[in-house]
Structure formats: structure tokens, C-alpha cells
Design a protein around this ligand. Structure first.
Ligand SMILES: NC(=O)c1ccc[n+]([C@@H]2O[C@H](COP(=O)([O-])OP(=O)(O)OC[C@H]3O[C@@H](n4cnc5c(N)ncnc54)[C@H](OP(=O)(O)O)[C@@H]3O)[C@@H](O)[C@H]2O)c1
Length: 241
């Protein structure tokens, strides 16, 4: 498998934790995000390349990132997303569209642009996307998030079928994980503790919980896994608590 992994959202909570773990395991990396400063600092630390751009406002970012990442890729991680918790009544058309674009369309366009490099890897390559517990179980106020992440799950299955056997495609469905994305929901300690208690494992997720499975899915050890939506959620999607 080619050594280089392209990580969209590489400076985010799950993206940066994944990037550090993959670097420890000897991978070369190319990171993508909006914030040049945080990407540059992490890229220096990890000796990686990076591309700056917004996956909605700057659609050229996909071709730039693929070109700058190089001709051959062992994997792609799309760790960009939104958590927009509002009732259906309070969701505007542009909220719904923005969530769909960031979570689902961005993932599709990222894979599309990287496909020639992913197909070049002689030992096959691996794509990891992120769905959500909210696409497996119904929660109120999650209409936009659940809809967008349901699309990511469907995309995962379709691409896994279309790209096999050269490219494996899997998704991880986390429950609430302590990253900058979730910070707005977790500002109140009592609320955070209450949400943690709703999980059989009685805690929230950490970026490392999700990075560990991401790295596994990218590795040769997962070479017989494709088209899977894997829950890493402290039991939230299957165990009543
Ligand atoms: N955290 C959770 O509770 C949770 C639960 C379920 C699913 N997930 C999914 O897990 C994945 C990773 O989430 P996370 O929690 O690690 O998020 P995060 O900490 O907010 O990181 C997101 C990363 O994506 C980048 N980004 C955001 N919007 C972008 C845009 N429009 N264009 C380009 N880059 C953009 C950010 O870059 P800048 O900082 O440069 O803007 C950041 O590097 C997402 O798909 C998310 O939906 C997370």
C-alpha cells in the first residue's frame, strides 16, 4: 500500500489525532483545512504537506489538494463535518444545504478528485468517512445532521461497491466526541456529564477513540473490510441506559 494518506480536516479534533497516530506508524501525510495557521503548525510538527481551502466556498480545493498530495495515495480520510442541532421548524433551506455540502458532498468530491491517485496504489487503498450515531438512532433536533450523515452512510456503501477491489471504503459512526466541533454542546459541565451518562460506557468519546479505528481501517490488517459503517459510540446506538 502506498504510504501517503490525504486527511481532510487534518487539523481538527479527530483529524489531528489520526494524523499524529499515522505519522507515528510511519505514514507520510497531506493535510487539508481552512485555517492556514493551525495547519502550518501541525504540518511542521508532522513534516507533512498541506492545502488550505474551504470545501464549500472554494470548490477548487479538491483538485488542488489532490494535485499537491501527489500521484499515489494509500488512503483518504474525510474528517470534516457539522453538528447543527435545531428543530425542523428552525432549520432554513441554507442550513440544510450547508450541512449536506460539508458532510456528504464534500466527501464525494474529495474521493472523486483523489481517485486516480488512490487507484494507483499497487496494494490497494482505503477511504475512511465519518457518519454519526444520529444516522443509526433517532434523536430530536438532529434532522439536518441525521440527514447529512445518512447520506454519508449511503455514499460509503455505494462507493465501496463501485471501487472494489482496488479501493476499500468504510465509515465510522461516532457518538458525541470531545473535539472543537462538539465544544458548543459541552460548555456546561452538568450537561456534558448528563450526556456521558446516556452511554453504557459512561463517558464521552475522545479523538483517540476514533483515530484508533481510522488507522486500523487504513491498514493492511483491514484488507478484507469494505462497505462497513462501524459504530464507535460507547454503546449509545445499541444499549439502553
Ligand atoms: N465530534 C463529534 O461529536 C462527532 C460526532 C459524530 C461525527 N463526527 C464527525 O467526525 C468528523 C470529524 O469531526 P471533528 O469532531 O474532529 O471536527 P472538528 O474538530 O471541528 O474538525 C473539523 C476539521 O474540519 C475542518 N473544516 C471544517 N469545515 C471546513 C470547511 N468548510 N472546509 C474545509 N475544512 C473545514 C476544520 O478546519 P479549520 O479548523 O481549519 O476550520 C477542522 O480541521 C466530522 O465528519 C464529524 O461530523 C464528529
Amino acid at each position: 500500500m502506498a504510504n501517503k494518506i490525504l486527511i481532510y480536516g487534518g487539523s481538527g479534533g479527530i483529524g489531528s489525532s489520526t494524523a499524529r497516530l499515522l505519522r507515528e506508524r510511519g505514514h507520510d501525510l497531506h493535510l487539508v483545512g481552512r485555517n492556514e495557521e493551525s495547519l502550518g503548525v501541525l504540518a511542521d510538527e508532522l513534516d507533512s504537506g498541506y492545502t488550505v481551502g474551504d470545501v464549500v466556498a472554494d470548490p477548487d480545493v479538491f483538485s488542488r489538494a489532490s494535485q499537491e498530495a501527489g500521484k499515489e495515495l494509500g488512503g483518504l480520510v474525510y474528517a470534516i463535518g457539522t453538528i447543527n442541532l435545531r428543530s425542523l421548524q428552525r432549520l432554513s433551506e441554507s442550513d440544510l444545504l450547508q450541512d449536506f455540502q460539508v458532510n456528504a458532498m464534500g466527501a464525494a468530491l474529495a474521493v472523486q478528485a483523489a481517485l486516480p491517485a488512490l487507484k494507483k496504489s499497487s496494494e490497494g487503498s482505503s477511504v475512511v468517512l465519518y457518519s454519526s450515531v444520529a444516522a443509526k438512532q433517532g434523536f430530536s433536533l438532529h434532522a439536518s445532521t441525521g440527514m447529512a450523515k445518512g447520506a454519508v452512510s449511503g455514499l460509503t456503501l455505494s462507493l465501496a461497491a463501485e471501487l472494489a477491489p482496488r479501493v476499500r471504503v468504510n465509515a465510522i459512526a461516532p457518538s458525541l466526541t470531545q473535539t472543537p466541533l462538539a465544544a458548543g454542546i459541552l460548555t456546561n459541565d452538568a450537561v456534558a456529564a448528563g450526556i456521558a451518562k446516556q452511554h453504557a460506557m459512561e463517558r464521552l468519546g475522545t479523538p483517540e477513540d476514533i483515530a484508533a479505528l481510522t488507522a486500523f481501517l487504513l491498514s493492511r490488517e483491514a484488507s478484507w473490510m469494505t462497505g462497513q459503517i462501524l459504530s464507535v459510540d460507547g454503546g449509545r446506538s445499541t444499549i439502553a441506559s
